[in-house]
Design a protein around this ligand. Structure first.
Ligand SMILES: [Zn+2]
Length: 140
């Protein structure tokens, strides 16, 4: 660079190609050598910039169908609650990685106890209803 300045020249990086609008995209740049404005070299040479010395560019590859196809929504993977320990596990896991229990069996046991609890609550509601609203006693 100091050697170039002795000759009244400088190097400058110019953008030749904008980066495409995609993550980690790379644009094209070139290093040009040009006269330093106001130097003797600039007075004697034309205003034309020197040809590009280096061009940085990502190699072009044809777009793959995955990138050109419209993106469609995909449901995220769902987790299932292990009723044995209360941790969420992948649905594909037959045995819980946390407690080692059978996730499906624990879910069935839980569902059965929920059904029993609903039945017990219904019978309690029925008893309370009878206490609050007793049947009229038959007239003697
Ligand atoms: Zn578990």
């Amino acid at each position: 660079m100091i050697e170039l300045a002795k000759e009244g020249l400088r190097e400058r990086i110019v953008k030749r190609e904008a980066a495409p609008a995609e993550p980690f995209a790379i644009g094209g740049f070139a290093v040009i050598t040009e006269p330093i404005p106001g130097s003797a070299q600039s007075a004697t040479t034309t205003a034309e910039p020197a040809p590009a010395l280096v061009t940085l560019r990502r190699p072009r590859k044809p777009p793959s169908p995955a990138t050109t196809a419209p993106r469609r929504g995909v449901d995220p993977p769902t987790l299932e609650l292990c009723r044995g320990c209360g941790y969420f596990v992948w649905q594909r896991d037959a045995a819980c990685p946390f407690c080692g229990g059978d996730v499906a069996a624990a879910a069935a046991t839980h569902a059965a106890s929920i059904t029993a609890a609903h039945a017990a609550a219904a019978s309690i509601r029925e008893i309370l209803d009878r206490v609050r609203n007793p049947l009229p006693t038959p007239e003697a």
